[in-house]
Write a protein that binds this ligand. Sequence first.
Ligand code: SF4
Length: 374
Amino acid sequence: MERRESLRALAEAARYDLSCACGDSDRTRGPLGQWIYPAAMPDGGTRPIIKAAQTSACERNCSYCALRSGTDRPEHSLAPEEMARAFVEAHSAGLVQGLFLSSAISGGPVRTMDQLLATSEILRRRHRFRGYLHLKIIPGCEQAQVERAMALATRVSVNLEVPGREHLAQVCPRKDFDDELLRPMRWIARLLEARKTNARSHTTQFVVGASNESDREIVTRAHDLYENLGLARAYYSKFQPVPGTPLENRPPTTFLREHRLYQADFLMRKYGYASGDIPFEPDGNLSTERDPKQAWADIHPEMFPLEVNLADREELLRVPGLGPVGVDRIIDRRRSSTLRDAEEMGIAHHLAARAERYLLFDGRMIQGAQLRLL
Ligand code: SF4
């Protein structure tokens, strides 16, 4: 019963971490009280995983965090043996296929990381678990520990939480942005590049609105991580005030802000936009009125209309309403015939209606379609 209660509490402690690509929306309870999440895998599929923290007792004091030191709440921990056994029981029962293992910091970063590594060693060696294992890299741990984590895990993550050191100093005064966060990310990038690890990717998370950071700062940081440190995904978690923390009276971040950041992120990862291509409002944030792709098109009238039969893939990807799948279909169709109408693009009607205002079809604009110029 005690282990069951601890696991339930430790799963709760890990629920705010999105860097394993799983949120609360589709989670279910397992028989030990643990939450089971559908998580995105590096191969693109989805598998049920347990998300849990090794301990919820933290000696750091990040001002947005429910686990920060000095709060009056029960603390839970599981020894590596117990955590491994809890996972193996759920795995053997066919409930889950993977584990996301994180931790609050207790006894210093090195000892905390050692606990995660010990759990992982038990799973991999004693229980011969070969499946999905996502390990949190504890800020401030040692290089050799990162190497060991990447030999054991399928994926690792370092959560930056904020885009720069000034912001970190505001919300996590006991964390060092360069030494404890960026430096391990560089180690990870080097190891991935050398292809000497079992881990195939790394991710991060930003807590949006915990500091007074702008969207521009977050997007610029994320783009730098994609370009220079081989980051696979950044996740954006809207700030929600937690009672009893210094930020309990700060307004929550809106879903729309988080959503706009995901849209901008998608443009950088899938459409070839640089961070400098993403348009921001004068206050440095993304528009709440228009999605970033529409906003870019609106301030670049010189790019349109594009001849749909001649434009290259990158140009077509800049057209509102056209995504990678639609663009590939257009390119495929125009190989065999000249496209003379929006319907001939072979994409959903509402997307074609949005895109046709930016396109010429064999030299003609669709009648009634109006290029939106600001
Ligand atoms: S290090 Fe900061 S964010 Fe992580 S558990 Fe501790 S207080 Fe929370």
